[in-house]
Write a protein that binds this ligand. Structure first.
Ligand SMILES: NC(=O)c1ccc[n+]([C@@H]2O[C@H](COP(=O)([O-])OP(=O)(O)OC[C@H]3O[C@@H](n4cnc5c(N)ncnc54)[C@H](O)[C@@H]3O)[C@@H](O)[C@H]2O)c1
Length: 364
């Protein structure tokens, strides 16, 4: 499989099923052009066990290993914190990184957000490359330059916008992902079908090729990831700082976040369920037709996101939505489908949401 380049001048993205081209680029940047003096690969323990050796083997086949160091963190959201950030910055200093050094974030969204934030702040900012290894990071977090860490239970409270030099996606890495992570990632992929304003083309692709995509058929998974990455790059270019349009990437998240913790769901799974609720609200409001609703919910289920809605406590759900920091000024902003493959941002009061969900839930 050769390298596919996509994205735009703000978000440069390369997609492949190997690392040869990345190795060549690193050789050029570090040895041929001497643009960087040192390269630090930040990764986590799971990625280290599953992928690191093959990754560096590809890189060192072309570039001298003497330029490279590794920092390995503990996996999981708990690592996206000030302590690990401090640990990484201290290691940057020990390694002797300068303003001419380069960071590679090799892992999922946690590694990407954390290493990206370390790069954004070390010596007032050095360059970094995103090499994402989960579906979520390949279609979302490694593109667009949002970096950051959590503070206690508060997500992404400290952060910076810093675009990576480029994002290099190798879809082969998905083969070692645990099945629950894989499934969760597909929640985010399906989200793109709802927001992509492409006359339903991506929805049809995901529908027609559900088995191949789920089982990571090479050609189909590359196409799926590329479509999402391309679209994310387009959105980011139009609204880099999330003042408007970029918010549509949060489709499914308002309702999703409100049930994620409550029912112990993985993030992408909660997004899938959140999308179903958003579709339900849009149908009740008359924004979409019943056949679009039926087809989309069927697509979500094809990726194994059936959910027993009878166990949802609607009052609690609305309570959780109200607590969301994005909704602290009265009305709640909800992203809803308002036509086929299209979403809009709507204001609703919490009472409206509660009343509507209570009325509609019985036929979900
Ligand atoms: N910056 C953004 O724009 C943005 C957007 C969305 C989400 N995020 C952030 O992304 C994070 C979630 O990212 P995630 O879902 O990738 O989670 P993650 O980074 O925690 O990865 C999930 C798990 O999979 C493991 N893993 C990663 N790649 C693997 C592989 N190829 N094989 C085997 N195991 C592997 C990890 O060690 C981890 O245990 C959250 O912190 C979220 O806030 C950021």
């Amino acid at each position: 499989m050769k390298l596919i380049t996509t994205g735009n001048n703000l978000c440069r993205i390369m997609v492949s099923d190997e690392y040869t081209e990345l190795a060549k680029i690193l050789y050029e940047l570090v040895e041929r052009d001497e643009k960087y003096d040192k390269v630090v690969i930040v990764t986590d323990e799971n990625v280290e066990v599953n992928l690191y050796d093959d990754f560096v083997k590809s890189i060192f086949a072309i570039t001298n290993s003497k330029y490279f160091s590794k920092i390995c963190i503990k996996p999981g959201e708990e690592s996206k914190c000030l302590d690990t950030f401090n640990e990484i910055i201290s290691k940057f200093i020990d390694i002797g990184m300068s303003r001419k050094s380069l960071v590679i974030a090799f892992g999922g969204g946690v590694v990407g957000d954390l290493a990206g934030f370390a790069a954004a702040t070390y010596m007032r900012g050095i360059d970094y490359i995103q090499v994402p290894t989960t579906i979520l990071s390949q279609v979302d977090s490694a593109i667009g330059g949002k970096t950051g860490i959590d503070v206690g239970v508060y997500k992404n409270m400290i952060g910076a916008f810093k675009q990576p030099l480029f994002t290099y996606i190798n879809t082969e890495t998905l083969k070692t992902l645990p099945s629950d992570e894989l499934k969760s990632g597909f929640g985010e992929v399906i989200k793109y079908a709802a927001i992509m304003d492409d006359n339903g083309e991506f929805e049809k692709f995901l529908n027609d090729n559900a088995v191949e995509v789920k089982y990571l058929d090479n050609e189909k998974i590359i196409k799926a990831i590329m479509k999402c990455a391309e679209f994310k790059a387009r959105i980011v270019k139009a609204d880099e700082r999330e003042t408007g349009l970029r918010k549509i990437l949060n489709f499914g998240h308002t309702f999703g976040h409100a049930i994620e913790m409550e029912y112990g769901l993985k993030h992408g799974e909660a997004v899938a369920v959140g999308m179903k609720i958003a579709f339900k609200v849009a149908l009740a409001k008359g924004y979409i037709k019943k056949d679009y609703y039926d087809n989309f919910v069927e697509l979500i289920d094809k990726y194994d996101f059936e959910f027993d809605f009878s166990k949802i406590n609607i009052e609690k759900l609305v309570e959780n939505i109200k607590k969301d920091k994005k909704n602290s000024f009265g009305d709640i902003s909800v992203i809803l489908p308002d036509a086929s493959s299209c979403v809009g941002i709507f204001k609703m009061s919490s009472d409206d949401i509660e009343e509507l969900l209570k009325k509609e839930f019985n036929f979900m």
